[in-house]
Design a protein around this ligand. Structure first.
Ligand code: PRT
Length: 106
């Protein structure tokens, strides 16, 4: 099992110490447009997989998407801790739907 912190750190390590031939190095070498294209592709694959009753495809494609999002964060200099802080700041906040009339119709 690999947690998301470890995955993020592995990607940072690849950025700081390029390993020619690795897929992560290939993405960083190709640059932002390629990384964005992959995030778009993998997002679409998650959506299509979610329509399939067999959940193994959804697991596989979600893992692919999370990995490519990590590559995007590293490329853009956003740490995974910042994402966790953002999520943490929402705990308790988002459940107060009665205070948020804009989401009543969702
Ligand atoms: N978690 C992943 C991971 N998930 C998916 N992938 C790669 O993402 C690619 C997605 O497949 P696609 O068919 O969409 O892409 P492709 O046809 O291979 O290539 P392109 O479409 O980009 O040309 C595959 O090559 C997978 O190997 C990953 N590559 C690396 N990691 C992790 O990243 C870290 C660094 O790994 P290296 O890149 O091997 O150094 C390690 O922790 C790895 O476990």
């Amino acid at each position: 099992m690999q947690d998301l912190d470890e995955l993020y750190q592995s990607v940072v390590e690849r950025k700081e110490n390029p390993k020619p031939g690795s897929y992560t190095d290939y993405l960083f070498t190709k640059g932002l447009d390629k990384i964005l294209k992959k995030v778009g592709e993998e997002s679409t694959e998650v959506i299509v997989a979610a329509k399939n009753p067999d959940k193994s495809e959804l697991r596989y494609e979600t893992a692919d998407l999370l990995y490519h999002l990590m590559v995007l964060l590293v490329e853009q200099g956003v740490s995974f801790d910042e994402i966790k802080e953002e999520l943490g700041s929402r705990v308790g906040l988002m459940s107060k739907t009665k205070d948020r009339p804009e989401i009543k119709d969702l």
